[in-house]
Structures are given as C-alpha cells and as structure tokens.
Write a protein that binds this ligand. Structure first.
Ligand code: DAT
Length: 175
C-alpha cells in the first residue's frame, strides 16, 4: 500500500473522450488536483519540439516524469493524459479509461478542427481500444475501470462512481 494520504487517479482515453471535462468536475468536487499533462508538457518544456503535421508536442517522457515526480508522489492528483503506460505503477491507485462511440468522437474532433490524419488516427485508436489495452497491460486489472462518456448523464454517473471510490479509498487507508 502506498504511503500517500490521498490517492492518485489517471483519467485516460483517446483525445475527445471527455478526460478534461471529467477531471475539472472531479477536481472541483473532491479537492484533488487536476494535472493536465498537456499543460505540463507545454509549460515546463517537457518536449522535443512540435509536430506540425499532427499539431502536437513531441513529448519527452523522461523530462515529463522528472517534472511531475515530486508532486505526484505526494498523492492527491488526477492525471489527465491520452497515454498511461509511462507512469510508474507505484504512483497510481486508479486508472479510469473513458470510452466513446465513434460517431460522437468524430463530431467532437471535427469541432476541434483536427487535421484529417490526426482525426483518423484517433478514431482508429478508439475503435481498436488502444488505450484500454495499454491500461490493462500496464496496471493490475483491479485498478483499471472502463467507463463510457457519450452523454452528460454518463459523465455525471462516472463522476459519482469515482467519488464513491475515493471515499472508500480514504476509509480503507484510515483503518
Ligand atoms: P479530452 O480531454 O478527452 O480530449 P474533453 O473533455 O476536452 O476531452 O471533451 C471534448 C469535447 O466533448 C468537449 O467539447 C466536451 C465534450 N464532452 C466530453 N465528455 C462529454 C460527455 N460525456 N457528454 C457530452 N459531451 C462531452
């Protein structure tokens, strides 16, 4: 059992599934801190440049882990990122993989003006369950939870479910 007094949660999934929206609501409701890896990569320079075709930063994982290690090890973070296999197992207490129907995802990514290649790659990734597989390959199966994020009702129920997991975690860790 980790020595942190608050757990760390990863919210992962293909871009557009609803990670940031979920994390913001969870942070507001629980007091856990929303750690947007996108922002860390950009603001703390944890990258090796910008990919113009894909319109995204080329992440340097070593720099990224160095940048967040001290904070995350203290506990109390909700990590928002479209990958999860880079974070050491010992840091993480729950991995939430959000899923969405491809028609929904297409509309959400189109609304973001994603370049065609990037849009197609992300749709394929969602259909092939890439993130779910990555989570299952990287963490113990008991801590990996798959939740659908097609509607605001589903989002509300996901948030409630994660909050009750959090309450249980706190109860267990105080026993
Ligand atoms: P991500 O952080 O995974 O890229 P996001 O939180 O930015 O995704 O959400 C992308 C868009 O989809 C945004 O306009 C909000 C909307 N959205 C997210 N989750 C949703 C849900 N469960 N129901 C309806 N709309 C949702």
């Amino acid at each position: 059992m980790a020595s942190r007094s608050k757990p760390n949660i990863i919210v992962t999934g293909t871009p557009g599934v609803g990670k940031t929206t979920h994390c913001e609501i969870l942070a507001e409701n629980t007091g856990l801190k929303h750690l947007s890896i996108n922002e860390v990569v950009k603001d703390r320079g944890c990258h090796d440049g910008y990919d113009e075709e894909f319109k995204s930063w080329i992440v340097n994982e070593d720099k990224l882990l160095d940048a967040i290690e001290d904070e995350v090890k203290q506990g109390g973070y909700i990590i928002d990122w479209h990958a999860c296999d880079l974070f050491p197992k010992s840091w993480i207490d729950l991995v939430v993989v959000l899923r969405v129907d491809s028609t929904q995802l297409y509309d959400r990514l189109k609304a973001r003006n994603y370049p065609e290649a990037k849009l197609q790659e992300n749709l394929d990734s969602e259909i092939m369950e890439v993130l779910l597989q990555e989570a299952r390959d990287s963490y113990d199966e008991e801590i990996v939870v798959e939740l659908t994020s097609n509607s605001t009702e589903e989002m509300d129920s996901n948030v409630a479910r994660i909050e009750s997991w959090l309450a249980q975690w706190k109860k267990n860790s105080s026993e």
